[in-house]
Design a protein around this ligand. Structure first.
Ligand code: PEP
Ligand code: MG
Length: 324
């Protein structure tokens, strides 16, 4: 670590006018945990549970999962850890659970798979709830929700797991539950989603892909994948307003949160938390500590009138340059 970055670590992430913006991390492996703690993460905004599933040659049992999740929760306790239920399909295939489709990103992915296989979902949620016993820092998050009915089905399975666990003698409150907003339909239904859960978290990687119809992994169209595309910004802003109008916390866990230009824009939109790779924490904190909330809102108002991503980036770069 450079000295500059090291000195940043213990400072709060807050703007020049005193607005706090918690920075959380995305994790998957235990090494991410160590790095995140070293760098002062305030919580985990996305623990990708598919990572331990990808490292095996069969589905981990409920007990194996409990141990893996316990390690994550324990490492961060009492800081919150947001565990996302299995998000396979799309570009993430388990070798022991092949999914072959012509359009995997529009196919059987995330919550669609686990609602069709409730035994996978139930075992996972039970393992999470058991791992949380005596700690209480678990949050559960649902990926790829595109219909209210999927959310309701998932919520009732979570409730069922919780009831079962209690009958088995383990107590503990139902943890906060959130939904990822990462497909366009969820943007339009963000209020209805927010009403049913404790928090929203935008998956900007997928949301950008689906809004712009650009495969996030296809290098041939990579120059069309614009995180600052005005349509993406409209969606991000709409989700923040929708969540807040229902009194819910709204965060983001896509790559945009780890981009200092994105972070200051999200700050202006009122995002309550940004979750990113541990390696981005310092540069984002530095950017946030360099601006006022008031000026990010002013720049946001300007940027929301712009018609192309290039202009938006230039305006944000100018803000950062003015601040040195
Ligand atoms: C996202 O889509 O932005 C996200 C955080 O999830 P993943 O990258 O795992 O799809
Ligand atoms: Mg995603």
């Amino acid at each position: 670590l450079s000295r500059d970055l090291e000195s940043q670590r213990d400072k709060p992430c807050q703007t020049l006018d005193g607005h706090r913006l918690p920075l959380w991390v995305n994790t998957g492996l235990m090494v991410d945990v160590v790095r995140s703690l070293e760098q002062g993460a305030e919580g985990v905004g996305l623990y990708r549970t598919e990572v331990p599933f990808l490292l095996r040659d069969r589905f981990p049992s409920e007990e194996e999962q409990r141990q893996i999740y316990r390690e994550q929760l324990q490492a961060f306790a009492p800081k919150p850890v947001t565990m996302r239920t299995l998000d396979i399909g799309g570009d993430k295939a388990l070798p022991y659970f092949p999914i072959e489709e012509d359009n995997p990103f529009l196919g059987w992915r995330g919550i669609r798979v686990t609602l069709d296989h409730p035994e996978i979902f139930l075992a996972q949620v039970r393992a999470m709830l058991k791992a949380n016993a005596g700690l209480g820092n678990l949050r559960i998050m649902l990926p790829m929700v595109s219909n209210i009915s999927e959310l309701e089905e998932a919520l009732s399975l979570i409730q069922r797991s919780h009831d079962e666990i209690r009958q088995e003698g383990l107590d503990g409150e139902l943890p906060p539950i959130g939904v990822m907003v990462e497909v366009p339909s969820a943007v339009y239904q963000a209020r209805a989603l927010a009403r049913r859960v404790d928090f929203l978290s935008v998956g900007s990687n997928d949301l950008t892909q689906y809004l712009l119809a650009v495969d996030r992994n296809n290098s041939r169209v990579a120059d069309l994948y614009h995180s600052f595309h005005p349509a993406v910004l409209q969606a991000l802003y709409a989700v923040a307003r929708a969540g807040h109008s229902e009194g819910k916390s709204v965060g983001i866990c896509g790559e945009l949160a780890g981009d200092p230009l994105g972070a200051v824009l999200l700050l202006g939109m009122g995002y309550n938390m940004l979750s990113m790779n541990a390696t981005s924490l310092h540069k984002v904190k530095k950017a946030v500590r360099n601006v006022t909330l008031v000026e990010t809102r002013e720049v946001l108002d300007e940027v929301m009138l712009m018609e192309d991503a290039g202009q938006v980036v230039l305006r944000l770069e100018r803000l950062m340059a003015e601040r040195g």
